[in-house]
Design a binder for this molecule. Structure first.
Ligand code: TXA
Ligand code: MG
Length: 324
């Protein structure tokens, strides 16, 4: 992309945002569907376009740490230390929100999720248009896009402008974290696992003035992290290790369950390096779901443990709609 066309794209995107139209933007995690936080019409459009329930709060993206105060009451203590360590990057901090922030962004909660993306186009767009609320640029519950082609395929029927970036380098959504800090200690709660795991968090807070514990919370504290999520266009079936290829009986079970007319299936294959596996995950779910395949299969790999593998398997677990 030439510099001029890039400049034109950014100017066009900023003008659309200002007139109340969401635009898609690349980030290093996944592509986002962005709207200015001070434009209620554009914020509401995000929910209607995505068919997203209003109980699911949006993440606000800012371009520098000083701007967190535009949406959150304070960023201090261990939360600030985490921001300093991981921003710009794939970390979302859930912070006490400012009273003047549009409550639709936060789904009526008294907190706001904030992130500084590490992507030059996203940051330039934010500098032009101000803080942007942006969920992943997919319909609610579906696979997030990691290329501009995925975005265009998802929104082929909507008149949605997408800033053209390369493939997202991280490939899965940010780690969502809430920090509970008292006089005595710090409890870091991981509400959605992601590229930044427990060990990186502990390393970043090593030497902090209070004892730190990190916990993974499986609850509705992150309202949008529903059990059924990230789902590809065709069914994804989870099979246990050792039962691949599928037996005739398993294939019949899948066909009957989804009332499929054909039984052509493709396997989701994960690279042995979890960073590469994460980067390629959604591309595989998008690409394998086209071209006459009836369903997808992922074979469980219980030995793939560790922060990033856990984040990847969290996605696959929610993306699968049947186990055989
Ligand atoms: O990497 C990402 O986070 C991408 C890119 C575009 O930045 N965005 C993204 O947004 O994944 P979305 O809306 O698809 O997922 C946001 C998640 C949801 O599970 C939501 O419930 C949670 O973050 N979340 C947002 N604000 C929250 C809050 N105040 N408290 C708890 N969870 C929150
Ligand atoms: Mg999403």
């Amino acid at each position: 992309m030439s510099q001029l066309s890039l400049w034109r794209q950014l100017t066009h995107a900023a003008a659309l945002l200002q007139s109340g139209h969401p635009v898609a933007m690349p980030t290093e995690t996944v592509y986002g569907l962005a709207a200015p936080i001070d434009n209620p019409q554009a914020i509401e459009k995000i929910f209607t376009l995505k068919e997203r329930p209003f109980f699911d709060p949006l993440i606000v993206h800012v371009s520098r740490i000083e701007d967190v105060r535009l949406v959150a009451k304070d960023l201090c203590g261990a939360a600030r230390a985490l921001g300093n360590a991981f921003w710009p990057g794939p970390l979302t901090l859930v912070l006490p929100r400012r009273d003047d922030l549009n409550p639709m962004i936060c789904a009526g909660l008294d907190t706001v999720g904030v992130r500084i993306p590490n992507h030059p186009l996203a940051r330039r767009l934010i500098r032009k248009a101000g803080p942007l609320a942006a969920p992943s640029a997919n319909k609610f519950g579906k696979t997030s896009p990691t290329t501009v082609q995925h975005v265009r395929a998802e929104w082929s029927e909507a008149d949605l402008f997408a800033l053209e970036g390369a493939q997202s380098t991280i490939g899965i959504e940010s780690t969502v974290i809430r920090v509970n800090e008292s006089h005595e200690n710090v409890r870091v709660e991981i509400l959605r696992p992601g590229f930044i795991g427990e060990s990186e968090v502990l390393k970043a807070l090593d030497g902090y003035s209070k004892p730190v514990e990190v916990v993974r919370l499986e609850s509705n504290l992150s309202p949008g992290h529903t059990p059924e999520h990230y789902q590809p266009k065709i069914p994804l079936v989870f099979v246990s290790e050792g039962s691949f290829p599928l037996s005739a009986e398993q294939v019949k079970k899948v066909r009957d369950h989804f009332r499929l007319s054909g039984v052509k299936y493709a396997e989701v294959l994960l690279n042995a390096n979890p960073a590469v596996a994460a980067r390629e995950l959604y591309s595989q779910l998008h690409d394998l779901a086209t071209g006459g395949t009836d369903f997808l299969v992922v074979v469980s790999k219980p030995h793939q443990r560790g922060d990033l593998w856990d984040a990847i398997w969290d996605r696959l677990d929610r993306a699968a709609s049947l186990r055989v």
